[in-house]
Design a protein. Structure first.
Ligand code: GLA
Length: 666
């Protein structure tokens, strides 16, 4: 459940601009230079105290807030707001030494050592108590501080632990979910391989074992681990809310990763609505996305974040100005990339743009991570662009609070993506994340603004809904309702196969069979590098199915198996549903069939944000190498000049046009 909220950072004037700020790494005189340069760059908010546990709590029962007080005062004097973190993501070595049981244990049973960060078990009582105490002390001390804009709990939650505390917590979670040991045995199908449990003590986390583990165990473990991190986040958020009830509380999520750790949609209740804010970190990862260009990757990150926020504005909490320390191979962004990427995030609903980090560190694991102020100093491409974007954000501040207009949705279900990765699948290549990326990118190339949302949420406003891979689906009722009321739904293969316990439904494809009017006889995976031909001249890859129409039109068949269909179409109520029994190598022919226009040249990014009172803004970014014309009239807020039908968007240029007419549709 998500709660709409258009005013996510009421305490910051205009759009947010800044980054992680770690002045504890620098001598005092550098702080003054920081503040001078921040003001020059238009920075109005920084995230502080993210990794400062060792500084403010240097030993058991020792507290020292002098430096943090000075940092907060410095910011307040400079008119810069603080996104104040609780510093709980990195317990210092003294803590791990005093409480060795709080160090995480991996699936092999190895207890990890201190020496890096995030060295904690989310279930260890001493750690849980410590973070609540930390959050309470900080909230009590800084609640009325003039620099305080919002609270930042932890940092990038992802840690899981396989220790005995975890095992106990897992059993309690399982009891609540399945009601009894008998319920658990049933849900996990433990009769298979004689895995039946006769006492709770026999139930363990999916620690490394002799052979393929029970998929039900693996799936429930992921759900449990996600819930445990939510519980940890909530324990700090609740502690803060006791002292500070008027400032947003957030944490930097990684909504756009490969969907591996957290079911962010289950976090919805706790990161949306009044005094909550969806904030995401997004780092571009070229090695994972060789065939999908960066602007499309930016759009995917933004559209998934906005999806989580239920269409409300959200905040880009971290991005990299240039290279990231953790990726293979250092790289430099091309001139202007940083500006275009940042503008695209804002176009897609972010209420500003923030970075990791303000000033590049001289030491530590991330000393070669890029920053707003690089080692190269002020006289650098990066800092010049940082200043330029700071100025741009001021020029477009009036977009704050407006919402993005999206025509289509791509469905993302974290549980389903986890289930599709459980062991023993017919094809290891039927992963959800890359397929969603591919569909989203195909729509991006056609200029279609797309929300990435949960299948159970309200879909009624979308003209098109794409479900590239919904392997786990309990019921088709919600999707059917969308279609019956006039929607167009496209469902990819290997969908609707299992229920919430990962039990295969006989009568494939289980949950969607009646909706699509298609029967699947068997799966025929396609080896990597090979394709399967369709009789409409297109090809499929990765997967195919021997599928037969029960009550659907066969639009295309596999040439080698003419008796079975490959693409199906069916009218349902006022809408229509398409089913694909393979993953098309090229998604364009299908988009053509759907009538999704190609008027927008590929690489011309067009996104509209609109206020409730009708004021409308067209963000246009020309990622192509050719000048482009836009069908828009109004005023470009970035240049302050009128925009007419004859105006030209130069290669690499971005504009934000306050539109003259209020009745724009995409
Ligand atoms: C994450 C973390 C930051 C930093 C950056 C580097 O986003 O939150 O502390 O490590 O990655 O890319």
């Amino acid at each position: 459940m998500v709660h709409p909220n258009n005013d996510i950072i009421p305490t910051v004037e205009g759009l947010a601009y800044g980054g992680d700020y770690n002045p504890e790494q620098w001598p005092r005189e550098v702080w003054d230079e920081d503040v001078r340069l921040m003001r020059e760059a238009g920075v109005n908010i920084v995230s502080v105290n993210i990794f400062a546990w060792a500084r403010i709590n240097p030993g058991p029962g020792e507290w020292d807030f002098e430096q943090l007080d000075a940092i907060m005062d410095l910011l307040a004097d400079a008119g810069i707001k603080a996104d104040l973190a609780t510093s709980t993501a990195s317990p210092p070595p003294w803590f791990s030494e005093a409480h060795p049981e709080t160090l995480p244990v991996n699936a092999e049973g190895v207890r990890l050592n201190s020496g890096a960060r995030a060295e904690y078990c989310p279930h260890a009582p001493a750690f849980r108590d410590a973070v609540v105490e930390m959050a309470s002390r900080l909230a009590e001390r800084y609640t009325g501080h003039p620099a305080l804009a919002m609270w930042h709990v932890g940092n990038e939650y992802y840690r899981s632990c396989f220790c005995d505390f975890a095992a106990d917590a897992f059993r309690a979670w399982l009891l609540e979910r399945h009601g009894s040991l008998a319920g658990l045995n049933d849900a996990w199908g433990t009769v298979f391989w004689s895995q039946t449990y006769t006492a709770w003590s026999q139930v363990l986390p999916p620690r490394i074992c002799a052979e393929t583990p029970n998929p039900g165990l693996v799936l429930d473990w992921q759900r449990f681990s996600s819930d445990a991190l939510l519980k940890l986040f909530r324990s700090e958020a609740d502690a803060i809310a006791k002292y500070s009830s008027d400032k947003p509380i957030t944490t930097n999520l990684m909504v756009t990763g490969d969907f591996s750790g957290i079911d962010y949609h289950r976090w919805g209740d706790h990161v949306t609505g009044p005094n909550r804010l969806v904030a995401t970190d997004h780092y571009l990862i070229p090695e994972h996305d060789t065939d999908i260009e960066w602007p499309a990757q930016v759009a995917f990150g933004a559209d998934a974040s906005r999806g989580l926020a239920g269409g409300s504005p959200w905040l880009l909490m971290e991005q990299a100005a240039n290279s990231s320390a953790w990726r293979r191979g250092y790289f430099a962004k091309k001139p202007g990339d940083q500006l275009r990427h940042s503008l695209s995030y804002v176009a897609r609903g972010s209420e500003g743009a923030m970075y990791f980090q303000w000033r590049a560190s001289r030491y530590g694991a991330e000393r070669y991570h890029s920053a707003m102020l690089p080692h190269g100093g002020e006289d650098s491409k990066v800092f010049r662009e940082v200043k330029e974007f700071g100025a741009q954000l001021k020029q477009i501040a009036e977009v704050k609070g407006s919402r993005v207009v999206a025509r289509a949705a791509v469905l993302l279900d974290f549980e389903s993506s986890w289930a599709a990765k459980t062991p023993g699948q017919p094809s290891a290549d039927m992963a959800t994340y890359p397929e969603l990326r591919r569909w989203h990118a195909a729509l991006w190339r056609r200029g279609v603004t797309t929300d990435i949302v949960n299948p159970a949420w309200d879909l009624s406003g979308y003209e098109f809904v794409f479900a590239p891979h919904l392997y786990l689906l309990d019921s088709d009722a919600h999707l059917r309702d969308y279609v019956e009321h006039g929607g167009t739904l496209v469902i990819g293969p290997y969908s609707g196969i299992v229920d919430r316990n990962d039990h295969v439904r006989p009568g494939l494809p289980g949950a969607i069979r009646d909706l699509i009017g298609v029967r699947v006889e068997e799966f025929v995976p396609i080896p990597e590098g090979e394709t399967i031909a369709l009789d409409d001249g297109t090809e499929g890859q990765t997967w195919s199915e021997a599928a037969h129409a029960l009550d659907a039109d066969v639009v295309a068949s596999f040439t080698d198996y003419p008796s079975t269909g490959a693409i199906f179409h069916r009218h349902v109520g006022q809408g229509e549903v398409w089913y694909l029994a393979t993953r098309p190598t090229d998604l364009n022919p299908l988009l053509d069939r759907l009538g999704i226009s190609t008027d927008v040249p590929e690489g011309l990014e067009l996104v509209r944000r609109r206020h409730e009172d009708g004021r409308s803004y067209l963000f246009a970014i020309n990622h192509t190498e050719k000048p482009q014309q836009l069908q828009a009239t109004g005023k470009d807020l970035l240049t302050g000049k009128p925009w007419t039908e004859a105006s030209i968007l130069e290669p690499g240029q971005g504009v934000v046009i306050r539109e003259r007419s209020e009745a724009h549709k995409q």
